[in-house]
Design a protein around this ligand. Sequence first.
Ligand SMILES: Nc1ncnc2c1ncn2[C@@H]1O[C@H](COP(=O)(O)OP(=O)(O)OP(=O)(O)O)[C@@H](O)[C@H]1O
Length: 578
Amino acid sequence: MAASWADEMVGEVVVAASAPPRPTRPSYIPPALRNKPLSADAPEYSPISSTGRDFIGSSRSHRSRIPEPSPFEIVEKLSELGFSDGAGINFDAYDDIPVETSGTDVPQPVNTFAEIDLGDALNENIKRCKYVKPTPVQRYAIPISLAGRDLMACAQTGSGKTAAFCFPIISGVFRHCGLNQRPPVRKSRMAYPIALILSPTRELSSQIHEEVKKFSYMTGIKVAVAYGGAPMYHQLRDLEKGVDILVATPGRLVDLIERARVSLQAIKYLALDEADRMLDMGFEPQIRKIVEQLGMPPPGMRQTMLFSATFPNEIQRLASDFLSNYIFLAVGRVGSSTDLISQRVEYVRDIDKRSHLMDLLHAQQANGIYVKQALTLVFVETKRGADSLEHWLCMNGFPATAIHGDRTQPEREQALRSFKSGVTPIMVATDVAARGLDIPHVGHVINFDLPKDIDDYVHRIGRTGRAGKSGLATAFFSDGNQPLAKSLLELMQEANQEVPDWLLCCAQRSSHGGGKARRSSGGERFGGHDYRRDVSSRGGSQYSHSYNGGSSGGASYQPQPPQNYSFGNGTIIASGWD
Ligand SMILES: Nc1ncnc2c1ncn2[C@@H]1O[C@H](COP(=O)(O)OP(=O)(O)OP(=O)(O)O)[C@@H](O)[C@H]1O
């Protein structure tokens, strides 16, 4: 059976067997809210102002100031917390990137962090992380969010979207309840977060949680994470200490709300990472429940930010229900892959895949590509396939681990740790690892089995070529992948990649046969943008502003002859792994 997204969400998501009817507005009232007016100890909420900063006082539980380590311990503590050397980012890689915004009164982008008023504490943490300059999505998205505007943002994988929504949230929450600003109120077992960040997988929620903690260091902001598969006890204990920013997966969050341990009444900031996935079939009913039926302030009374590297039109349409007068931001073309990733596609019969993988890995080894902790991520279709390939690799002398939805959470975490540390430099994964994970030194993504949907391919290969560094993606294309041929061809052509002749033929065949592997993104397939433009273009529109125009820049990759795994001049790989 295919490891669909439900693979990840065992026990977490209600998978719709058929398209569920769109729920009407609040029918369900969680136990925590039944027979109760707005709780006396729940904070009120007010509309977000145009500056996003007119927070009214809330009666949140009083908490004592967090003991902070002395300034002399900070450097040590920061490295413990995983502060990385962000100074290595190659900003030139983003220079030519086309940016498009649509909506009314779009705030101007900035060029430096200094131009943005994020507050001293956050600025200090940005410096500590060695983020010297905002990435393009941050240049645009942060001023938009700081202006209190709702945002739907699409930017390529690895381009810094996490900070783009975390910085405005941390800055806003800090202004509301940072150090020494908490109104004294009585203690409550129910947590009233001000900001909620939802993501589709446990590992991604955990990663975002670490990022938020890093950037709210020494601010007094309380950050917590809640996801399934981990013992409830620890999460409840953290929630009882009070939470300002909650990062969660949908299933566990609903559970906590129904147990009356979390209330959404105080939410002022809502961010959905991987928003298109969150509104895809399996998740949509649960997200709708969280956003529309469990007491969260409605659009206009909260600020909502949706981010992803892909945003099909029909998902944009669904998402617009959650937004109020929003700005659409596209950095790079919607759903495109980054030019930083060199893509190869090879025709391999299913029966030959293992031996082909072996040749590839041996060639990598022979070329010294395993130096410097170079990691290889291999995507397969099924959980069973992941286990079996992991076993086979290990038996053949390649230290490998595997991650998929049938593994326990401790096993999943252990797999990630051993991959990240290079103990097992190969990780076999289902789509559970396709989105959002930021693993340094992943130099090569191999699609042993290609996904059915081209958007999934974009996210999978996006585990390499991050933060301005280069990477390589190899796909094994077999007969069963015919329906993907056309969209794969278009994606590769758009990213200036060399396309083998056989793929051109396959694509022609599949377009005649009606092959379709991408959800509609409007009139222009890879030029698809804000879906409102398609609607309003019929009657004229005020939408859309383009910046930097032109192309997204030529790819630096020099095509290599087939079967030659020396990777040419070596710079493609080496720069990704240094
Ligand atoms: N301004 C910056 N300067 C230096 N490094 C940065 C900056 N912004 C982000 N990064 C780094 O870039 C890497 C990728 O960022 P992030 O994980 O936010 O990408 P993303 O766009 O969310 O990717 P995905 O679509 O895969 O989720 C991270 O390691 C992050 O620390």
